[in-house]
Design a protein. Structure first.
Ligand code: ADP
Ligand code: MG
Length: 265
């Protein structure tokens, strides 16, 4: 197998101290290979967003190593943060909050190109059209304001914006959780299409096992900062090794499993 694109080894993070300390990551190991979608699942408060923020360089781990493309994350950030940010993009839960409300959609999608000084105004305009089409939206939406779009359309805009710089890794933290179930399935399929067409790797975080099962090549299960299970998706979902993971997975799958279309595998 190829070398991992992202590796976490024995990553620790504690928030607060003494009686109020919370162990958000307790020796987390996680690998994502190029083009792979790794699902990170766990109940609320299990440490998923902490891992997302550590990978994005927004939270510093107390101990352990994070490497991206064979280089330590701290070295990426110290030497060339801009180059790192180009390669690792994020999509979060609230599609409307992620966009500047006063700016037109086309402006928001082109903004990363402006920040990174890529292309002429003309080239940026045609890239916006291309990206809107790629995420299944009409290029006419470029002239609209965020409040004129539905939640599903807005999340597609956020995905287009995240794709603008052709990242190698997308960190998706509850990226479909705020969407209606029918729209969730469409947006999940868009992520799968982006993996297939562009070879983008993803850390796909959700508290919903059915969502993670639908999209992921492999799954990591967290509980109170610990990784309690990890492996290929079918193995983790169908034959989890630890009794605890079995219990969690069983309780998560049942209520929602019928609401998503069949996996594409
Ligand atoms: P999840 O995304 O799985 O819901 P989080 O990573 O957001 O979990 O949180 C894990 C634990 O760490 C929770 O108990 C949360 O309250 C705590 N936590 C997260 N971020 C902070 C912070 N900045 N300060 C204090 N506690 C935090
Ligand atoms: Mg979270």
């Amino acid at each position: 197998m190829s070398a991992p694109l992202l590796s976490l080894r024995d990553v620790h993070k504690v928030f607060g101290d003494g009686d109020t300390a919370t162990v958000a990551a307790n020796g987390v190991d996680l690998d994502i290979h190029p083009g792979e979608i790794v699902g990170l699942v766990g109940e609320s408060g299990s440490g998923k967003s902490t891992i997302a923020n550590i990978v994005l360089g927004l939270v510093r781990p107390d101990a352990g190593t994070v490497t991206f493309d064979g280089v330590r994350l701290s070295d990426h950030l110290a030497r060339n943060e801009r180059a790192f940010r180009r390669q690792v993009q994020a999509v979060f839960q609230q599609p409307l909050l992620a966009l500047d409300q006063r700016r037109r959609i086309g402006w928001s999608i082109a903004e990363p190109l402006v920040i990174h000084r890529i292309g002429t105004a003309e080239e940026r305009r045609s890239r916006v059209v291309e990206l809107l089409r790629a995420v299944g939206l009409s290029p006419d939406l470029a002239d609209r304001l965020p409040r004129e779009l539905s939640g599903g359309q807005l999340q597609r805009v956020n995905i287009a914006r995240a794709l603008t710089l052709e990242p190698r890794l997308l960190v998706c933290d509850e990226a479909v959780s705020a969407l209606d179930v029918s729209v969730q399935a469409q947006v999940l399929d868009l992520f799968l299409e982006m993996q297939d067409r562009l070879g983008i790797a993803m850390l796909f975080i959700s508290h919903n096992m059915a969502v993670v099962r639908h999209i992921s090549d492999s799954v990591v299960v967290m509980y109170h900062g610990d990784v309690v299970e990890s492996g290929p998706t079918d193995q983790v979902c169908d034959a989890p090794a630890s009794p605890y993971a079995r219990q969690l997975i069983g309780s998560w799958l049942e209520p929602v499993v019928d609401t998503l279309p069949e996996s594409h595998e």
